[in-house]
Structures are given as structure tokens and as C-alpha cells.
Design a binder for this molecule. Structure first.
Ligand SMILES: [Zn+2]
Length: 284
């Protein structure tokens, strides 16, 4: 989410007050709504760009262009967009937005998974995934008590899943949930309602500082540099086999069917290796 927050700020600086000249759809599967049509955005002036969880909401005179980049999606800002409309094709381009001054952005998606999602709505709450978003961890009212209530409600669910669940807390993905748990020195599999008061405070502080520091690091970076910055700022996520920069131990991994998590056994689980969920399922 920090990079989505940074992207929203980046777009806010460049788009607010400008008029949408046109929006081209290059990957039909990306557009999840049909009424109002994309065409309805043409000629509207952008009045705000905000983040809702991991979604970016571009608001223009009563309509909203809301998109979720998903894992392989990204936004490329262009000072000068081509004049010819983008054609549907096999490339990574999903959608192109052109402003009246000729600048704009492309939404692209690498690989073959088609997860990038674009919605055109009058009311963002009409998008089910937006309507069910939990509280924003960077919101003014998300204090320690609000976080304690979220964890209590999650019962014995594991911390990793609770942090990542957009309906519980909006905006934290696979990478930052690993980082937050590492900073708090807590096992990803610890039940949410089993934390001591001290652990709860530590986790709340880690959540706030990991997200805010990542946003600070990304400040002022161009959209194209945000992904690289995200990767270099991570201390455990995606770093299996590397040494932990807190304790020097080796970072370990747990694999699931379609994702994995990384953690430091020395810092987080008292040296104990967590069972690999994918392997143990195969062995049964
Ligand atoms: Zn460590």
C-alpha cells in the first residue's frame, strides 16, 4: 500500500484541475463495469485523486475511475501520450488515460494473469471490494484501541492472514505484512487474540512505522521508480536465504499454493522453523 499511497499523491499533483481528453481500453478484461461507459469520463475535470485501501480513486465531476493494480500491474506516467488511440492487443497495456494537455498515464500488467481491475462508477461504494474494506491503518481514527478491537474480533486467526485481509484492515499486502511482523518480532502464525498488551503495542507501532517510513522513502520519486524503491526497502519479504539485518540469522520462507511469506526464525519464532504448508500438504 505505501507505493499505492505514493502513486495517489503523484497523480494528485499532476492531474487535479486537468481535463480528461480520452480513455482508451486496450485489455477488455480489465474493465469491470459497463455503465457508465468509459466514454462518460471524456471532457470531465479531475477534482481529486485518493487511495482507498489498495485502490486508486480518480474523481471527476461526479464520476470515479477506480483501479486496482494487482500484483503485476503498474502505472506509467507520460508527459506526452500518443495521439492515436491505443489498440487492443497482446502487449502489457491495459488502459491509457490522456489529459487535455497531452500528458497522462498507462496502466500496464506484466505476465499472463489478468488481475488488474478498472471500474467507472458514480459511487465508489458500489464496488463490492471497496465497500467491504476495513479501516485504513493510516486513518486518523485508527489508534491502538481500534487495532486492539480488530485483533480481538479476528479471534484465533493467524496474524499474517489478519494483517493481509482487506476486510479487516485496508491496504496491507503480502510484502508489508511480512515487514510489520518482522519489525514487531512476532510469528506470522501467532493467533490474533493471543497477544500480550506489550506485544499489541509493539505490533501497532511496527505497523504505523513500517507503512509511514515506506511512504516517506517513496516521497518525491517518479512513478517508474516506486517499485524498485519498494523492493530495496524490504528487510525480510522476498529475501529467503539472505541474512537478517537485525540478528544476522537466515531468513526463512513458508510456501502456500499461490504465495509465500518470509520471516526471520531468530527474531520471530524463537529459532523455530515454521512448517512449509505446501510441502506438508503434499506429504499427507
Ligand atoms: Zn533476525
Amino acid at each position: 500500500m505505501p507505493e499505492v499511497e505514493s502513486l495517489a499523491r503523484f497523480l494528485q499533483e499532476r492531474c487535479v484541475g486537468k481535463t480528461i481528453a480520452r480513455v482508451d481500453l486496450a485489455a477488455f478484461s480489465a474493465l469491470k463495469t459497463y455503465d457508465p461507459p468509459l466514454l462518460a469520463l471524456h471532457g470531465l475535470e479531475i477534482d481529486d485523486v485518493t487511495r482507498r485501501g489498495k485502490y486508486i480513486d480518480i474523481s471527476a465531476q461526479g464520476l470515479h475511475l477506480v483501479f486496482h493494480l494487482a500484483r503485476a500491474g503498474w502505472l506509467r506516467w507520460k508527459e506526452s501520450q500518443p495521439e492515436a488511440p491505443a489498440r487492443p492487443g497482446k502487449g502489457p497495456l491495459a488502459l491509457r488515460l490522456v489529459l487535455a494537455d497531452g500528458s497522462g498515464f498507462d496502466l500496464t500488467e506484466a505476465g499472463t494473469q489478468r488481475k488488474l481491475a478498472v471500474h467507472v462508477v458514480a459511487e465508489p461504494m458500489d464496488i463490492p471490494m471497496v465497500a467491504t474494506l476495513g479501516p485504513d491503518p493510516l486513518g486518523a481514527d485508527f489508534d491502538r484501541a481500534a487495532f486492539a478491537a480488530v485483533l480481538a474480533k479476528a479471534g484465533r486467526s493467524q496474524l499474517k492472514g489478519v494483517l493481509k485481509d482487506q476486510r479487516t484492515i485496508a491496504g496491507i499486502g503480502n510484502a508489508y505484512s511480512d515487514e510489520i511482523l518482522h519489525a514487531a518480532r512476532l510469528s506470522p502464525f501467532k493467533p490474533a487474540n493471543s497477544l500480550t498488551e506489550t506485544e499489541l503495542s509493539t505490533l501497532y507501532d511496527a505497523l504505523q512505522s513500517e507503512l509511514r517510513n515506506a511512504i516517506k522513502r517513496a516521497e518525491g520519486l517518479a512513478a517508474k521508480d516506486l517499485k524498485g524503491e519498494k523492493k530495496s526497502g524490504l528487510r525480510v519479504h522476498g529475501r529467503k536465504g539472505e541474512s537478517c539485518d537485525v540478528c544476522g540469522g537466515t531468513i526463512a520462507e513458508v510456501s502456500f499454493a499461490d504465495s509465500s511469506l518470509q520471516y526471520c526464525p531468530t527474531c520471530q519464532t524463537g529459532g523455530k522453523l515454521l512448517a512449509d504448508r505446501r510441502l506438508s500438504r503434499l506429504l499427507k
